[in-house]
Design a protein around this ligand. Sequence first.
Ligand code: PLP
Length: 392
Amino acid sequence: MKTSLRTFIKHTAKDFRNQSVNPPVVRASTIIFKSLQEIEKTEKRYLKDPKSGNFNYGRQGTTTTYALQKILQEMEECYKVYLTPTGFGAVFLAVLSIVKPGDEILVTDSVYSPTRLLVQDYLKKFNITSKFYDPKNLNDLKNQITNKTKLIFVENPGSNTFEFQDLRKIISLAKKNKIYTAIDNTWGTPYLIKPIKLGFDMSIVSATKYYSGHSDVMGGSLAINKKVFKLVESANRVTGLRLSPDDAYLILRGIRTLDVRMDKHHINALKIAKFLSKQKKVINVFYPYKKGSKNYQMWKKYYSGASGLMGLKIKSKNKNSVKSFVNSLKLFGYGYSWGGFESLALYQNKKQLGARQFTNLKKNEHIVRLHIGLEDSKDIINDLKQALKKIK
Ligand SMILES: *Cc1c(COP(=O)(O)O)cnc(C)c1O
């Protein structure tokens, strides 16, 4: 029976169901076979159907990792999903699968900062050049394409400033120039947008965030189409980046409620974005809430909903008072990462944003990142209300 995604993520992996609702955690290095012929058969089956769960060694996964892989392959509507021990591992695998010495990569300027470090600094060692394009200006991307451009790396929306780009236009530009495309889809997840279906070659999600949803495990996924399969498969074989069965189990447990949590994150974040947009000191709310704005239109065009992460631009001559606003929040934790059930806040210092070329943050402007959790939105608003008084 064909069911909706909501039903699917509750019911899949039941092939593995014996005595328990969820699949058991199968930990293994050696996989035991009944005969030598069985080993050969398994290897042949995998080569014929790389999406299948035919494993012959722990590094290829076990039935537990496969249960998660199977859900994600279905959600992403893609050729295959690779699981990595962190979200950043999936970024690494995607990029390193594609590039070789002499190539150029075009990356959105609003990219997650470790990704910037990878492409801008680390890849220099291999004579790979990275260039950053303005996510607000497709022409800038177009103008920077050369015959050496091998990969366009998009993150949508961008970290901290949350620009939404015209994804279909980027894909067609890339196809016209025979360039591979990758997108970091951690903010939206395939619950809200399906990048491979849209035409991207690769799509990355940090499973640490919304898939897990409980801030207690790390993981990543790289979904791909058939076009890049050989490249990714051969890189994957030599990187040794593997998600453990225990972590896969926790992520699988989180993903059962992905839809319910995401819907609620959206409801809460929208209320908070609207509240914050009315505050005098808040000059910009980076969240798709304002109908008619360009960001809203681009979001609406591609996404069926929104998650809980947003940015605020605050204007104040007194930087410490902005920090004091963040420090006075009582329901928000201060720390990295996001996507869990709980609210989080961070002051983003200029150093973190400093490597960027197109942010244009003025002298008295500050960026605060909020992750809106699943608490009662009235409580979150009351908390923000009392803390906002600190901004001078
Ligand atoms: C967190 C994050 C990552 C990396 O994920 P980890 O699981 O922390 O390694 C990659 N991209 C984006 C956009 C992220 O927010």
